[in-house]
Design a protein around this ligand. Sequence first.
Ligand code: NAD
Ligand code: TYD
Length: 375
Amino acid sequence: MEFKRNIMITGGAGFIGSHVVRLFVNRYPDCRIINVDKLTYAGNLGNLRDIEDMPNYVFEKADICDFDRMLEIMRTYDVGGIIHLAAESHVDRSIRDPFTFARTNVMGTLSLLQAARSLWEDSGWMTGSSRCMFYHISTDEVYGALELNHPEGIRSDFSAHEVYGDSFFTEETKYRPHSPYSASKASSDHFVRAFHDTYGMPAIVTNCSNNYGPYQFPEKLIPLFINNIRHNRPLPVYGKGENVRDWLYVEDHARAIDLIFHRGEPGATYNIGGFNEWKNIDIVKVLIKTVDSLLGRPEGYSDSLITYVTDRKGHDLRYAIDSSRLHRELGWSPSLQFEEGIVKTVRWYLDNQEWMDDVTSGGYMKYYDEMYGRR
Ligand code: NAD
Ligand code: TYD
């Protein structure tokens, strides 16, 4: 079958990547989607069961740091667009093992950039009649941390939501990463921009806030706590639970990625966020209330599970994204209110206990052998 365009998505077996792969496979049947993933602990092919047999979907198990392999995959499929999500993504792990983060996030991104460049540069950055595109998915954490100067939260002038400070991350905010994770992402962002500025590679970087929704690995706050509440296990809140994050439903991020990949300006940066700030402790209370209510437990049943533990080292106080550029220039805005999204998310984890059990038992690591019969 002839495809109009071949789009490589890295990290497609992870949380956000699986939503992006699903969206593209279903929305663009005339494009081939090549999912390139190493299947680290965070990669789960069980996230893609519903689309794995689609004729326009291909999976390649590969490490993005392997330059020769990246070049081979790009040549084999005549890749003309790359959406790069593969990364080590958990801050706590980066504090324990920064080398792995530098290797995957920095060297892996550089290896992809070099492979794409060596394939695309001679064609004038075109495949057929389409412009090539290297789209790098990054995080708001590269900007560092904001002040929390309204501890109780106030209503923002430019959104209906509560905010916890006067300042927001914009596309012009200076990079000041604090954790090894955000330092490695910042470095990879600089390499992508350097390839645009030096070689003329059509490249885009987006910086998004915290995502939540189905298929997130239960080391992250929301799925970990939903599962712990269900099983009456302690909820380890770091420090006093005062830290603030801006939360976006993962499908809204995937929609933004689709829009930007097709209509974004090469060389540009777009911030993506939910205008949806929450203190950790308030999120934890919402999760307790929602899980208890959906399980038919009395109100307050799981309150005593809250356990304050030693704070994360260098814990960033507040993240808040100003995504008005994306709204103004490409018309994107979040589709879901948090209150709606969080109920949808809790319900999904409760209804998909088998998925959760597979992840917590390690059973998900067998999918590749079962499906592809080799390793
Ligand atoms: P994730 O940890 O759930 O998934 C990462 C995926 O990358 C996994 O499938 C893993 O197997 C794969 N991978 C890791 N190392 C690889 C390597 N060397 N070669 C090939 N594949 C490899 O991560 P996520 O939460 O889905 O995040 C995806 C991207 O979005 C990351 O780049 C992250 O920095 C960024 N991001 C995440 C959030 C968030 O809230 N989760 C917010 C903003 C940006
Ligand atoms: P996390 O989901 O790890 O995302 P990130 O660190 O990228 O923001 O954590 C979200 C917030 O929740 C962060 O402020 C750390 C906090 N947290 C806890 O309090 N306890 C936990 O067990 C975890 C995993 C996170």
